[in-house]
Design a protein around this ligand. Structure first.
Ligand SMILES: [Zn+2]
Length: 447
């Protein structure tokens, strides 16, 4: 079946003003302005009301945190006190049922904002939640969204001088055995794959050095990506200097993590020499502007990182430090925050699109998504400019970012519609709102 997405109002792709032809889940052809597809099509979709961009790709999140948004115990705090306030609440209340609701809600919210591929960094494994990764695969599959599930880990808790309570960490052998299990079961490296697995120790400071190193060995064996938090706060620098007598990037290098399988969340507090080393190793960085502003963590040096050779992607980060999962909103925040770091002329909406699409795809190690080009997967987000906020807008692609687009009118993943008229095709959002709200109530009641 060949489908022509015909004559969009605007499209983020060169030589495609006449739209794109979709066949077998891929982009078969870009159609130049005023032209027709080179071969007959079976179906035509009139996109004249739509601004079409590559599906957005989210490269850092903690889905379960949607259950503790705007939690009174945690608001108005920076990272370490924020974490210390929330850990016991999470430890008591994250069960397979609440976790499933948190995952379903985060994925739905992401997709409705125009996201077609998402990564989640799940590192919390209290007793009973051993199947967390399996639950996430089920939920992503049900919704039709691509996902890089990350098998996170923590094996240093309060008894070892770490931040997390003893009940949410696991021992090294349990973690490594489960990493191997989920890699063998779910990691699909084929073109157009729906599910990939990455390994993701929560932060180099919540796991042992051996676990960091063993994670690299497993990643090489299974050809998967590696992910962790790094360079988020000054507190982290101090912790690292005190415990390891070196800075976080030095420690990362000691663990064998300065390589091109790795993408880091945040990447704020790097000095010039560290940026050079990270770029030389092609380490990716997921910029999380909303979270960084919420927790007052600082400003990622996106431009220097890209110039040094680092892929830079975009992420909403866990919902408790963003309080929503709207990736389109993060483009606007990225634009504004980076203009404070640099200036108005050197950061444009095109930078934010690049981070959220091609840059994020590179962070996840994927060459089959992240751009509207022949041969790429047909992952597309469609927005209208019908809302009041767009009235009077000139440049449609700039308008999505500057006027604050929130909801995609349509989303296509691998050639299939997953959102139509602003609502998910495979899910009832009113029911989801009620079920997730009920699941989240217990996180407030036990506080
Ligand atoms: Zn995070």
């Amino acid at each position: 079946m060949r489908q022509w997405i015909k004559n969009p109002l605007a499209i983020l792709a060169p030589e495609a003003e006449g739209g794109v032809v979709i066949e077998d889940g891929r982009i078969a052809e870009c159609v130049a302005a005023g032209q027709q597809p080179s071969q007959p099509v079976d179906r035509t979709f009139d996109a004249s009301r739509h601004v079409v961009i590559p599906g957005l790709i989210n490269t850092h999140h903690h889905f379960f945190q949607t259950l503790t948004r705007a939690h009174p115990a945690a608001i108005n705090k920076e990272l370490f006190p924020w974490l210390t306030a929330l850990y016991p609440i999470w430890a008591r209340n994250v069960t397979p049922e609440t976790f499933r609701m948190g995952t379903r809600l985060a994925l739905t919210e992401l997709m409705m904002s125009g996201c077609t591929a998402a990564s989640d960094h799940h590192y919390l494994f209290p007793a009973g939640l051993e199947d967390a990764i399996d639950i996430q695969v089920e939920e992503a599959t049900r919704l039709g969204i691509r996902m890089t599930v990350t098998r996170g880990s923590m094996n240093l808790s309060q008894k070892d001088g770490g931040l997390p309570p003893d009940t949410v960490v696991q021992d090294e052998d349990t973690i490594l055995a489960d990493c191997e299990r989920v890699l063998a079961r779910y990691h699909d490296r084929s073109e157009g794959s729906r599910i990939q697995v990455a390994l993701a120790p929560c932060a180099p400071f919540t796991v042992t050095k051996r676990l960091m190193r063993e994670s690299v060995a497993l990643a090489e064996r299974f050809d998967c990506r590696l992910h962790t938090h790094l360079g988020e706060t000054i507190d982290e620098d101090d912790y690292c200097l005190h415990h390891f007598q070196c800075r976080p990037v030095d420690y990362l290098e000691e663990c064998g993590w300065l390589n091109d399988r790795v993408w880091l969340a945040h990447g704020i507090h790097f000095n010039d020499d560290e940026i050079k080393r990270l770029g030389h190793a092609c380490v990716g960085v997921c910029h999380c502007p909303t979270s960084n502003m919420t927790l007052a963590s600082g400003q990622c040096r996106t431009k220097e990182l890209e110039a040094a050779g680092c892929p830079v992607g975009l992420g909403v980060d866990g919902s408790a430090s963003n309080d929503n999962s709207n990736l389109m909103e993060s483009l606007r925040h990225a634009l504004m925050l980076n203009r404070l770091t640099y200036d108005a002329a050197s950061v444009t909406h095109h930078d934010t699109y690049r981070w959220a699409t091609e840059g994020s795809a590179r962070c996840l190690g994927r060459e089959d998504i992240g751009a509207i080009k022949p041969g790429r997967q047909a992952d597309l987000a469609f927005y209208t400019l019908d809302e009041l906020r767009f009235s009077g807008a000139g440049d449609p692609l700039a308008a999505l970012v500057l006027c604050g687009a929130h909801t995609a009118d349509r989303v296509m993943i691998a050639g299939d519609w997953t959102v139509e008229d602003g609502r998910p095709v495979h899910l009832d959002i009113d029911r989801l709102r009620a079920e997730h709200g009920a699941a989240a109530r217990r996180f407030l009641e036990s506080f």
